[in-house]
Design a binder for this molecule. Sequence first.
Ligand code: ZN
Length: 261
Amino acid sequence: MLRRDFRMTIARGEPERWWKLYGFSEPKDLILEDLALVRGVLVTEGPMEKMEARLIRSGDKGLIRVRQNIPELGRKRFAIAHELGHWELHKDISQLFACTSDDMIASYKSSEPEGEANIFASGLLMPSNLFQKQIESTVLSLPKVRELSSYFLTSLTATTIRYVSLSQDYCAMVISENGKIRWWYASNSFKQLFYLSVGTDLSPNTIAGSFFLKGEKPMGPEEIDIEAWTQSSSSSDLSIFIEESIYMQRYNKMLTLLRLP
Ligand SMILES: [Zn+2]
């Protein structure tokens, strides 16, 4: 097995093993600072510029430092879990990881170690068996994502990424900024049919676009022409997405949920 395949197996399997090993039954049992200490890592907080968190390793002892003014609990928990991922997976790669907020959303494709740490973190905070149970017979919606994020103590963004990566439905999340698509994440079935172009201008016919272009405040879910979001539908009988968008003022970004009706 290739080294990186092996790391991926650990990234996927180890967090679920920990849940059993330490007897966690729900997310609030997971006190990350305590768990880190058991694994040989001390978690501290302190001022940091540009970075979200970092890990320093010295032999079998580690130190995680998290930026002290991270505004949300979910985001802070993700940062600690991400560094724990580096701790478990990347001993042979580096003794020091300094991670930015972009690293916290990196995919496996864009950066191997960062993507692996994110897969690890996401599995630790939102184990797939527990998460799957919560999304059975639901559709992707903002109220559902909010409910999940308060149960799993995770950010809206991390929760939505987990949702679309485990969902069998046609659904996606899009983050846009200054009227342009910045990045997106989608379920496997969605990716087989649709492609969104990063960096392109949002259409005024989308909820997200009409917010940036006309200042229209996003309301509840709406039916939107698929063509307003993508030109790549391979199936002509599909014409409508259900779009729900929410403006994240703190980050000046729009979070959009897309799904088929
Ligand atoms: Zn990292």
